[in-house]
Design a protein around this ligand. Sequence first.
Ligand code: SF4
Ligand code: SF4
Length: 109
Amino acid sequence: MIEIVSPERCTGCNICVSACPTQVFEAVPDGIPRIARQSDCQTCFMCELYCPADALYVAPVADHAVTVAEEAGEVRQWIGSYRRAVGWGKDRQPTAALDASFELLRRAH
Ligand code: SF4
Ligand code: SF4
């Protein structure tokens, strides 16, 4: 479930507002988006994936919110970690490039 919009990292681009399929975020004029409907979060990670500033943290717990403080050292490492893990972002290697399943298709023909 979405837990953190980092005020330190967020640029207010509102991409997450558009990316969320269940309208969890609310845009704030001249500010950073607000998590307005947390209980509607589907834990799909799309917002974290599309955030160009690595400013979001979606906890991998889907059925209830967890209390996390951005200031906690461990949590700071988790913010944007899904996006990093799949290799999206500048100077990262997308994991899709490592997918060798095309070999199966090639050998089947
Ligand atoms: S994890 Fe998915 S449903 Fe939850 S806030 Fe992000 S985009 Fe919306
Ligand atoms: S996508 Fe990221 S940087 Fe843009 S508004 Fe959302 S949290 Fe902030």
